[in-house]
Design a protein around this ligand. Structure first.
Ligand SMILES: NC(=O)c1ccc[n+]([C@@H]2O[C@H](COP(=O)([O-])OP(=O)(O)OC[C@H]3O[C@@H](n4cnc5c(N)ncnc54)[C@H](OP(=O)(O)O)[C@@H]3O)[C@@H](O)[C@H]2O)c1
Length: 309
């Protein structure tokens, strides 16, 4: 399939390939896992909650008979859990990791992980930075590994301050979230530059899902069971936004489409908010190589992991 003829409803077969999806027990990550499982691939669901992961796997199996699925216990806010997850993957090569898990805190107080890092920066960015670093040998063992990083439209207007990366001053939860998503996107682009410089066969791409609402998302009991009232209240938003099944399609395309190249950005077609995935230009802060380099150094210091340093 060419870059222009991608059909989100007719995915290429991917038997004998292994994909890890973080945060696959709910939301967009669930639908990424469901869609990837429909290709015949083995999908590893990286999730910190065993009961939710089991429920997600049961629901996928009810829709994709014979789906090859496995739960990989993974808490991205906990360094020990990230290290342990590598030993439970049970694969000798990894064709892609979809870095989807994410947290957006609502409370006004700044939260930290057990390691003392700001919780959203730690979970969304540092956790994936460490995971990808530790998984590099498995990605390199695949024919053409891929790292697919999930950013956000809000990252485009975020300001990342290397002097205060963890929002210790004047903390605001939405701003800290946007910074964490910008950090992820800068990482995804910088990773591809470092992979190219190292002559690697692995690619790194960045996607964002647009605006995805639970109320516009098709039911997947018991994983997602919207009430009629919720669905009706969500309807007016369908003009601008979409559901999480559709939001998953950018990451699925970035994982599977042979026409996708490293360093690219893929997002929904209409205003970056809804619709089928298309490639967007990488510009503004996203193209700031110096900032990405500083963030990389900082992330390597904070995690103690630096594969392409
Ligand atoms: N929805 C949108 O409109 C939107 C827009 C832009 C970007 N995004 C990004 O898209 C991704 C998915 O969003 P969503 O709307 O699907 O969110 P969601 O429904 O809240 O799902 C988030 C997933 O991340 C997992 N997660 C959170 N913290 C984790 C941790 N410490 N370790 C492992 N997994 C963890 C959650 O697991 P638990 O069930 O255990 O909490 C859940 O599976 C996120 O990266 C988000 O930033 C979403």
């Amino acid at each position: 399939m060419s870059a222009t003829s991608w059909d989100v409803h007719r995915l290429p077969r991917a038997e004998h390939r292994n994909f890890l999806v973080t945060g696959a027990n709910a939301g967009i990550g669930y639908f990424v896992a469901e869609q990837l499982a429909s290709t015949g691939a083995t999908v590893l669901l990286g999730s910190r909650n065993t009961a939710k992961a089991e429920a997600a796997m049961g629901t996928i199996r009810s829709r994709v008979p014979g789906a090859r699925l496995r739960h990989v216990p993974l808490d991205l806010g906990d360094r020990a859990s990230i290290e342990a997850s590598i030993t439970t993957l049970g694969v000798t090569a990894l064709d892609a990791i979809v870095c989807n898990a994410g947290v957006l805190l609502e409370q006004p107080e700044r939260q930290v992980t057990g390691e003392g890092n700001e919780l959203m920066f730690a979970t969304n960015h540092l956790g994936h930075f460490a995971l990808v670093g530790l998984l590099t040998p498995l990605l390199e063992a695949a024919e053409a590994g891929r790292v697919v990083t999930t950013g956000s439209l809000v990252a485009g207007s975020a300001k990342f301050d290397p002097a205060d990366p963890q929002s210790t001053r004047d903390y605001q939860s939405k701003r800290a979230y946007a910074r964490s998503k910008l950090a992820q996107m800068l990482f995804g682009f910088e990773l591809d530059r470092r992979l190219r410089a190292a002559g690697s066969t692995t690619l790194s791409t960045v996607t964002h899902p647009g605006g995805a609402l639970d109320s516009l998302t098709p039911a997947r009991p018991p994983v997602h069971e919207p009430t009629t009232g919720q669905r009706l209240r969500g309807l007016p938003a369908a003009l601008m936004l979409h559901g999480k099944q559709a939001a998953a399609q950018a990451a699925v395309r970035a994982t599977l489409d042979p026409a996708v190249r490293g360093g690219q950005l893929w997002a929904p077609r209409w205003f970056g908010l809804r619709g089928n995935p298309r490639q967007l230009p990488v510009r503004g802060t996203f193209a700031d190589h110096a900032l990405a380099d500083r963030l990389w150094t900082l992330s390597a210091e904070l995690t103690g992991i630096d594969v392409f340093g």
